[in-house]
Write a protein that binds this ligand. Structure first.
Ligand code: DP6
Length: 331
């Protein structure tokens, strides 16, 4: 005799994104609403593959990350929103594999929650539109809302209290303006202060926080214009400014929040020197010590060679721009 419903499962792939205009700070922590809008590029060389299988027989969600059991708390919280929509409380087995180092400042949570939401949507048969997928990915991690889309992506802070307008949208396709990204890995240790906690500490104690929030809209407009005009120099200037401004907030927090190591600084100077010599490249750095150098495709080999020659650089990963999160065949 059959008992319950058959298991429902789906697999999705998503890729990390790198913010050029940074998201840092929340206007509502419970709903995970960003205090500022942001703008990112989705990468093509790094992948997160997540399989979600719902089964009436499971008593709890289980989460396997790169082959090891991992804490399912944030995954469960994110899935609960989708279960509520589907009118079910069925539990799931979640299996995630990253083909790049996890927790090394490469935005694995962004690709992770994007893949999770897309797979769970398919497994539950919800058929959500990309805007709604972005909204639910945001509940998991703010930057994940952007990995639903490929290419150049803008994430709105939104104005509504319920956060239904705090979603990402595609600005420009990956092929419309191909860029290269060179990631210089300068440490493989997990970062000492996670983004969520770092944002909270900065908002509470950095005297620059109000200025950061006030100036974000203008930064976004400038970046969007540079992208639409394919103005690499313009995009370089606003991206480096947004990055340094975000880290400046942390330097001025009490206690200070310093994500860089000496190799981070050496890479930053190397990128500046390359650009001074005519190479079209700029840097950006997230809440960790890795440096991401964004360049025109013809410069990618030179940039990778320069960064890998810097003492303290452990690995260099190169990528182009890629697609948004999508359902794939089960392996
Ligand atoms: C520095 O998206 O990881 O990478 O919403 O708390 O999960 P939570 O934060 P998260 O923060 C990303 C911060 C950043 C900048 C960015 O990606 O815009």
């Amino acid at each position: 005799m059959m008992t319950g419903n058959p298991p429902r499962q789906a697999t999705a792939v998503a890729q990390p994104n790198i913010a050029l205009v940074k998201y840092w700070g929340k206007r509502n922590e419970k709903l995970n609403l960003p205090a500022v809008s942001s703008l990112s590029i989705t990468l093509d060389a790094l992948h997160t593959r997540t399989r979600v299988g719902f089964d009436e027989a499971f008593e709890t969600d289980s989460f396997l990350l790169n082959g090891s059991p991992a804490d399912a708390t944030r995954v469960t919280a994110c899935l609960d929103h989708l279960r509520a929509l589907a009118g079910t409380d069925v539990r799931a087995a979640i299996v995630t594999e990253n083909d790049y180092p996890t927790a090394a400042g490469l935005a694995s949570s962004a690709a992770g929650f994007a893949a999770l939401v897309v797979a769970a949507d398919a497994a539950l048969g919800l058929g959500l539109l990309p805007r709604a997928l972005s909204l639910y990915a945001r509940r998991g991690s703010g930057s994940a809302a952007r990995s639903i889309f490929g290419g150049f992506v803008e994430m709105a802070r939104g104005e509504r209290e319920d956060g239904n307008d705090a979603v990402a949208r595609a600005l420009l396709d990956a092929h419309a303006w191909p860029l290269g990204v060179v990631i210089a890995v300068t440490s493989t240790s997990a970062k000492p202060v996670g983004s969520t906690e770092g944002m909270r500490a900065t908002a509470a104690s950095s005297p620059f926080y109000a200025a950061w929030v006030d100036s974000a809209r203008a930064d976004l407009t400038q970046a969007r214009r540079a992208i639409m005009a394919r103005d690499f120099g313009g995009l370089a200037a606003i991206s480096e400014h947004s990055c340094l401004k975000m880290h400046g907030l942390g330097f001025a927090a009490r206690p200070p929040l310093i994500y860089w190591n000496e190799t981070t600084m050496a890479c930053l100077h190397a990128v500046r020197e390359l650009r001074a010599g005519g190479t079209p490249v700029f840097y950006t750095i997230d809440a960790g010590p890795q440096v991401k150098a964004v360049c025109l495709p013809e410069a990618i080999e030179d940039v990778a060679a320069t960064l890998s020659g810097i003492s303290g650089v452990l690995q260099v990963i190169t990528s182009g721009l890629g697609a948004g999160a999508r359902v794939v065949e089960d392996l």
